[in-house]
Each structure stands twice: as C-alpha cells, then as structure tokens.
Design a protein around this ligand. Sequence first.
Ligand code: PEP
Length: 294
Amino acid sequence: MLKTRKPQAPGSRIFLPAAVIFFWRFIGILISSPYNSPLCVLTLCAMRSKLVVGNWKMHGSLAVNAELLQAVRDGAGGLRTEVVVCVPYPYLAQAWTLLEGGAVSWGAQDVSEHDQGAWTGEVSGAMLAEFGCRYVIVGHSERRSFFGDTDGVVAAKFLAARRAGLIPILCVGETLAEREAGMTGEVVSRQLDVVVQASGIEAFAAAVVAYEPVWAIGTGRTATPDQAQEVHALIRGRLCAENAVIGNGLRVLYGGSVKPANAAEIFARPDIDGGLIGGASLAAADFLAICAAT
Ligand code: PEP
C-alpha cells in the first residue's frame, strides 16, 4: 500500500527552511561580530559562569586537609558558583577520594612543560589527569619569581596542560614597581601575548586567566575593584581582538588578598568572573563565604 502524505498546513513548507536560515544567521552574527557588538557581548557574558579557585600553596597535612575538604564539599553543594581547590601534589589522591561525586573539582598548582622523561622532580599533565585533576595553575607569580618560570616556560606549561586535557589557569600580573612605573598594561599584555602566540587563541576556549597583581598576593593589600576591572577589561579586550567569541566567553579571575569582606564588591564588576584565593582558601568558612559572594 502506498503511503499517503499528510496534508501540510499552508506556510509550513517554508517554516523549517526559514528557521534553519535564521538559526545559522544568528550563529554567524555571534561568530563574526566584533567583540563590542551588543548581541555578542550580552550573549557571551550571560554564558560565563562564576568560578572560585583555592590555591593552597604549600600548606596542609592529611589530617588538616580531611576536615577542610569535607567542609568545602558540604558547603559548596548549594552554591551556583563552580568551586575548585588546587592542592599540593601529594594530596591529589586524598582530594580525589574526598571530593569525587560532589560539586567541588580539584587541580594542581603547577605542571611540567614536558610530557615524560628524565625530568627529576617534575609532574606531567597526564599524571595530573590520571588523578582526576580538571584544572592546573600555570605562571603563578611565586613560580615566576622564585622558580624562574619565564613567559616562555609559562607558555610551554600552558600548552602541556592543554595536551593533557587540563584547563590551565594562566596567572598574569605586575609587580608594585611595574605598577608605579605605569607599566601594568604593558606587562600583562606581554605575559598574555606570549601564550597566545605559542598556543593560538583557540586554546583559550578551554582556559581561564587570573589577574593577580603581585603586590596584592599574600600582602593583605587588595587592588580596588576599579583597578582590577580596568586590567580585566584590558585582558578581555586583548583576547577579543583575536577572537571575539573566545574573548567574551573567557573567565577572568581576580586574585590578591580576596577575603569575605571584600569579595562581593570585587566580583560585582562586569569583567571579573570569580577569584583565585590563596590564604583565605585554607579556612573553609572564609572560602565558602567568598564563593557565595560571586
Ligand atoms: C594566590 O596565591 O594566588 C593568592 C591570590 O594569594 P592570597 O589570596 O593569599 O593573596
């Protein structure tokens, strides 16, 4: 028996093709529009979810971590913000055991630029991925200033993280002397550009940038929300000039003496998508209060 076609409502023949054309036009506008196109900016800004990352640095012990991880896991359950803790290498297995299945992700504070081989003391991206890491910090100012991580090394580490499927959190920021010399924009742009040139802008689709003025890290001195927003806008503008979709979709975190008392004001700025938190991430109540302030 021949199948008969259902009679179509007038206009339905053109509705589907029109809808498809409209959809592709919309995507085309998003992709090709300049970064300051209102449609592009609004859509991508709305898509940027908040992120708060704790950087434990070289702190902790099995006993102390167990309490801290459990408290962060319990407290983060009801938050809309994405929460991550970057723990010292030996505690990755503990973080994995205590955080798996919850809302909190974990990561590392550094990664080797090499994938494997005779590099005593180094830890590769693949090893971090094997321990369930999702994120890794690269180019933290303490690595740059105390361990000789140059812009080139930081770019190589960023690439190594991406090769391993990890999301690099690229730290950039100026020293006090550089700020006072009016060089903040120049320094931050250089630190960013070296990585963009090495990796290509596409690699930033799965990356995070953290603006951390060196003079504000662990000093109790915080950049004002205006100072931070100015640099965040510069970072975003620079990446948008390469690719508007990636630049507007990128999460840019602020780091430097963020505390429960100043977090909300900083996170309220339009180009600040959360924070990288050092000292205050070691106390669960403070860290969770900062996460809740996004
Ligand atoms: C950091 O180490 O990345 C940091 C921001 O530290 P603190 O919050 O202690 O200034």
